[in-house]
Design a protein. Structure first.
Length: 208
């Protein structure tokens, strides 16, 4: 975990210590401290999840990905202010959790979702991504795949951070059908994961 503020770092550490499914964890003030700790141990293994605070430098997620390429990154978003939401969206983390929503049960649920390969996105971040993508008037690049109206409905729900089961419920289809449609969308976009797909959609939205 990367959290520069000592009080929050200690509070998060206490929560993680009480979550039964978390076998071990470390707390550091910065990615530099994390790198030093890893070098001191001489280990090459990657943690399952790295929690990065929104108060960390904007390139902290990128630094973590270089250091731990197979780890999932959970970003704690400082507030629902546009500046914080924009900064969080640009990092392309694997999941998000609003700092003011952090409780032991919420943290536990979010970590479990990440381990299942889902993309947990709180409503403020989902709304920001959705509005950003919907508001762009830029024509799609020629290489962008064609998505049918049905697939675009799936994309909208993916951008909201919904799971396959939730997508099935929203569309009134079976879980198997939802999985098939999500896989088809990811395949068309040449995206290996939901997180990669959302990040790609966001990059397209930011193109001028």
């Amino acid at each position: 975990m990367l959290e520069p503020r000592e009080v929050l770092r200690n509070g998060l550490a206490a929560m993680l210590a009480r979550i039964g499914t978390v076998s071990s964890f470390e707390c550091h003030r910065s990615d530099g401290d994390l790198l030093l700790a890893r070098q001191a141990r001489g280990e090459e293994s990657n943690p399952d999840i790295v929690i990065v605070s929104g108060a960390s430098p904007e390139d902290a997620v990128g630094a973590v990905r270089k250091l731990f390429p197979t780890s999932r990154v959970l970003e704690l978003v400082g507030s629902a202010e546009p500046r914080d939401l924009a900064m969080a969206a640009r990092t392309h983390a694997d999941g998000y959790l609003m700092l003011h929503d952090v409780t032991e049960p919420a943290l536990h649920r979010t970590l479990q979702a990440l381990m299942r390969g889902e993309l947990p996105i709180p409503q403020p971040v989902a709304n920001y991504l959705f509005e950003r993508v919907q508001s762009t008037d830029v024509s799609p690049p020629p290489a962008q795949p064609y998505f049918s109206p049905g697939e675009r409905k799936v994309i909208d729900l993916l951008l909201e951070g919904l799971s396959n089961r939730q997508i099935a419920q929203k569309l009134g289809i079976s879980l198997h059908s939802a999985k098939r449609r999500v896989s088809a969308v990811l395949h068309k976009a040449n995206s290996p994961s939901r997180a990669h797909f959302v990040a790609q959609m966001l990059r397209d939205a930011y193109r001028d």
